[in-house]
Design a protein around this ligand. Structure first.
Ligand code: SF4
Length: 343
């Protein structure tokens, strides 16, 4: 193994989502006898190997098959900071793709400097994505990261200015690709050439590209101004209703979500449930005034099996001390929920 590494002509750090493009970028560089260390990032917004609904996928099978290392890195609070205050704006939803790319490349650059690697690679393709991968956006990212010409995009390299490792002859530009646009034809050909047969179909992006999630996140930021881990976890669960600036109601949609809500309750919250009927578990977050408890009970009653009754008994429990109060309410009507639902 050590002997193998000694024979390598250089060392690249790759941004690796586990998807086809980033895998091909790595394979094009490995083919030139360059060692590759791949970085797979995780965030609180689902773009990680633990969440198959996101833009991430498991990087290990490809790494094992083709012989490169993978390092997992959680971006934690650094990513939350850019979601709260993106320097370069948002995409069509709450996605902060430019700031995200800059953050990921800066982290990769730090690793490159730390271990003395020669250059960075990404699977970006010119003109493939509407926002983050346009040529001018690529230039902006380059300027902001100070990477200058140490960033190689092997899939589009031949239609981009030569980079340092190409100019010094560390890698052969002619063996890289000149792909642009949204067609995946060339990538699929390349995958077949490399024997890369197990790759995920392109995904839409992280949770920040999801409209419903983005609406809940926008509401949270507008009302609190910051994002706590607990709040972020709750954004993934249930139906959300805004009662006032300080107060929200989250209603479980099924048993799994009811269990998640149970796990996310904190001191200061109230849990509501209608006994004796099929009932969701509801979390009241914020001001547990008599009026808000009543509203939360009406919302809860709307999603019980007794939603067509004129009166439903709902029990509210303070999480901090277990104090229970009981109210009988008429289930909320859909037209009453419309203005307060966050969808
Ligand atoms: S969709 Fe945009 S913000 Fe989300 S992980 Fe991908 S590049 Fe980053």
């Amino acid at each position: 193994m050590a002997e193998n590494i000694e024979q390598k002509r250089g060392h690249a750090i790759a941004l690796f989502s586990g998807g086809l493009d980033s895998a091909l970028a790595i394979l094009l560089i490995l083919k030139q006898n360059i060692e590759v260390t791949a970085l797979t990032f995780m965030t609180h917004f689902g773009c990680d190997i633990g969440d198959r609904s996101s833009c991430g996928s498991n990087p290990y099978p490809t790494a094992e098959k083709f012989g490169f290392n993978v390092k997992l890195m959680h971006l934690g609070q650094k990513f939350i900071d850019i979601v709260e205050n993106p320097k370069f704006g948002r995409g069509s939803n709450m996605n902060v793709c430019i700031d995200c790319r800059i953050l990921m490349l800066n982290e990769a650059k730090n690793l490159m400097d730390m271990i003395g690697a020669d250059f960075l690679i990404t699977g970006e393709v010119v003109g493939q994505r509407p926002f983050s991968q346009q040529k001018d956006k690529m230039n902006l990212v380059m300027r902001e990261t100070g990477l200058k010409n140490k960033l190689v995009r092997p899939l589009s390299a031949r239609i981009l200015p030569p980079t340092e490792p190409e100019l010094t002859g560390l890698i052969d530009r002619e063996q890289l690709e000149g792909i642009s646009g949204r067609s995946r034809k060339r990538q699929i050909e390349l995958a077949a050439e490399f024997g890369l047969d197990d790759y995920p179909s392109p995904a839409g992006g992280c949770l920040l590209t999801d409209e419903g999630y983005s609406n809940r996140l926008r509401d949270l930021l507008a009302n609190t101004g910051y994002l706590s881990f607990d709040d972020l976890n709750l954004l993934r669960v249930g139906r959300h209703f805004r009662l006032d600036r300080a107060t929200k109601v989250v209603v479980g949609r099924n048993e799994t979500e009811n269990n998640q809500i149970e796990g996310l309750k904190r001191d200061g919250h109230c849990l509501l449930e209608a006994p004796d009927v099929g009932s969701p578990l509801t979390l009241l977050i914020g001001d547990a005034t008599e009026e808000n408890i009543r509203k939360a009970a009406m919302i809860t009653a709307r999603y019980t099996s007794a939603r067509n009754e004129t009166s439903v008994r709902v029990v509210s429990r303070q999480v901090s001390d277990g104090t229970e109060t009981e109210v009988s309410v008429e289930p909320a009507r859909d037209q009453d929920l419309e203005p307060i639902a966050i969808r």
